[in-house]
Design a protein around this ligand. Structure first.
Ligand SMILES: NC(=O)c1ccc[n+]([C@@H]2O[C@H](COP(=O)([O-])OP(=O)(O)OC[C@H]3O[C@@H](n4cnc5c(N)ncnc54)[C@H](O)[C@@H]3O)[C@@H](O)[C@H]2O)c1
Length: 314
């Protein structure tokens, strides 16, 4: 029988982790969700821990001390930052996952969530409507570490029965924090810059299409997958997940409907090459069929929601 969940979130101060922590606490109660990170929280949170995911012994102690039954393992170094220090990225993104998989097996945890990414795709992947099962040949160390992570999750499920579940998030758009270190960050930065300064210099070319998702959909998908009956989860590699796909020019045009004097310039940097190796759109029909995934936010609704929330924050 499933125990009442006692959840540990790693990387809880990140773009996804902050919102996920709140959503899980709303669902299960604050004391049932331990948030952890190597960044200190700004407010006092008695259920927050400093926890470096490279410190295996401390993770084990945390699980024992708090009676943890599930881990949402969000901590990682993202695609653009990863390129500055590949071996550190491999250590944080892959070696730490492997140790957490082993801990999940040893301590008989009920469930483990591993966030993967569209960065697992590479130049050999079909770029539009990318299917679930394709050869993965990622270009970045971030993509390499997440691809290998997916394979080990699948291995730990098949060999040891560890109930690990995973999705390949597209670029995540949220108003709660300003992300850094990712290739899709432009789609959040643009809102802040246009609202504050009326102009934005985009680090991708205007016609670079990428799959994207509003944060509420990403959190909904995560919790829905983790709560789905085990029999519905028919793959233990990352599920393709999709909501919308747009270019910087399309996003800017939609924002311009609300901010008609806004201006944009395009100055692509090294992230352009990374973006060009990823998919433009994703076929997520297996997630929709197998565990009922359905997105709520398209481009129009996402832009309006972002502007409404960021305008009231000012
Ligand atoms: N945001 C996106 O667009 C996106 C897209 C695809 C996949 N993902 C995946 O989702 C997960 C969460 O992403 P995010 O956007 O919230 O990332 P983020 O960079 O905003 O947050 C990651 C967090 O991990 C923490 N961290 C880094 N090294 C650590 C360590 N050694 N020990 C403990 N904590 C450490 C950081 O302090 C940070 O708070 C990641 O695994 C990422 O790969 C994110």
């Amino acid at each position: 029988m499933q125990r009442n969940p006692k959840i540990l979130i790693t990387g809880a101060n990140g773009q996804l982790g902050q919102v996920l922590t709140k959503a899980l606490r709303d669902r299960h109660g604050k004391s049932s969700v331990i948030a952890s990170d190597i960044n200190q929280t700004s407010d006092s949170d008695e259920h927050y821990l400093f926890l470096d995911i490279l410190n295996t012994e401390r993770i084990k102690e945390t699980i024992d001390d708090h009676g943890i039954t599930q881990i949402y393992h969000m901590a990682a170094i993202l695609s653009a930052s990863g390129e500055w220090n590949p071996s550190k990225t491999w250590n944080v993104n892959f070696n730490a996952l492997l140790r957490i998989l082993e801990i999940a097996r040893d301590k008989k945890l009920d469930k483990l969530f591993f966030p993967s990414t569209i960065a697992v795709f590479g130049n050999t992947t079909p770029r539009t409507d990318t299917p679930q099962d394709v050869p993965l040949l990622p270009e970045t160390i971030y993509g390499i570490s997440k691809t290998t992570g997916e394979l080990w999750c699948n291995y730990y499920f098949n060999k040891y029965g560890v109930d690990v579940r995973s999705v390949r998030y597209p670029g995540i758009i949220s108003y709660q924090s300003i992300p850094s270190g990712g290739t899709t960050d432009y789609a959040v930065e643009i809102f802040h810059e246009l609202l504050q300064h009326g102009k934005y210099e985009c680090f991708l070319e205007k016609d670079t299409a990428l799959p994207m998702m509003y944060i509420d959909d990403a959190i909904q998908a995560t919790i829905q997958l983790m709560e789905a009956p085990k029999a519905d989860i028919q793959t233990r590699i990352g599920y393709n997940l999709s909501a919308m796909s747009f270019t910087p020019a399309t996003l800017f045009a939609e924002i311009q409907k609300y901010l008609p004097t806004a201006q944009i310039a395009y100055k692509p940097d090294f992230r352009q090459k990374i973006a060009e190796s990823w998919s433009q759109s994703i076929d997520d029909s297996r997630a929709r069929t197998e565990w009922g995934w359905a997105h709520q936010y398209d481009l129009e609704r996402m832009v309006k929601t972002m502007l409404d929330n960021l305008s009231t924050q000012k």
